[in-house]
Design a protein around this ligand. Structure first.
Ligand code: ADE
Length: 231
């Protein structure tokens, strides 16, 4: 999979050298390209934004700058992801769908977002005929300073689903959100007693069918408590 990210803060993407994602990058499973949006700014001040038509607070990122940055990346079979709190909510299903993509481009807006004509332009029939799809995505109902952290969240959730990234693929099918409304059972490791709290005895019994039953019950109880209070 190839991943491009466009941002005015390339340093935000330094964590991509760490942990599983970093290893997947070293192993050639993922190719990352981080682009500094400001290098596409044409005026003397390297401006990337201007005041909104119609008035109102904040600044809007310039379509002209985004167009220059995005044009060379919009190759056949690309998913362009525009990060915005007004987008469709990101979840595990969406992560699974994007994990099958061949090329993801993350457009990280700042301020009041990107001139909407950028979304319109790359959503046209011409780009659709080249298998270029545009998605506005939000990672949750809160407002971040920009799309960078949201992109990192998405990149981690998506790339750990790629074959070869997570060492034991079985851990993917048993984890929270692997099925709708499913949260994983609680886990324990040594010692068997910590600060007077014992691990449930059944987990030490070696009885696999009873352990499976206990885990299914515990997962259901957890989902009932946590999913309901999430509203
Ligand atoms: N930019 C600002 N807030 C965001 C959010 N919640 N999701 C995606 N991009 C954003």
């Amino acid at each position: 999979m190839r991943i491009d990210a466009l941002t005015i803060f390339p340093q935000y993407f330094e964590p991509l050298t760490l942990s599983l994602v970093g290893k997947a990058r070293d192993g050639g499973i993922i190719d990352f390209y981080i682009h500094d949006l400001r290098s596409f700014a044409s005026n003397n001040h390297h401006s990337v934004d201007d005041t909104p038509y119609g008035g109102g607070a904040g600044m809007v990122m310039l379509a002209q700058v985004w167009g220059l940055a995005l044009d060379p990346l919009m190759v056949e079979d690309t998913d362009l992801i525009i990060l915005t709190p007004a987008g469709k909510r990101f979840d595990q299903r969406m992560a699974e769908a994007f994990s099958k993509a061949s090329h993801l481009v993350f457009a990280c807006g700042r301020y009041e977002g990107i001139d909407d004509r950028v979304r319109q332009y790359y959503s046209s029939d011409l780009y659709a005929s080249r298998n270029i799809r545009v998605h506005e995505v939000s990672i949750g109902d809160y407002v971040l300073g920009g799309g960078e952290v949201a992109s990192l969240v998405m990149i981690e959730a998506i790339t750990r689903l790629l074959p070869g990234v997570v060492g034991n693929p079985e851990s993917l099918s048993e984890e929270s959100h692997s099925q709708d409304g499913y949260l994983e059972y609680p886990n324990f490791t040594k010692p068997a007693i910590w600060r007077d709290i014992a691990v449930p005895a059944i987990l030490l019994s070696g009885n696999h069918s009873e352990i499976a039953q206990w885990r299914a019950d515990a997962a259901r109880r957890r989902a009932e408590e946590n999913l309901w209070t999430r509203g």
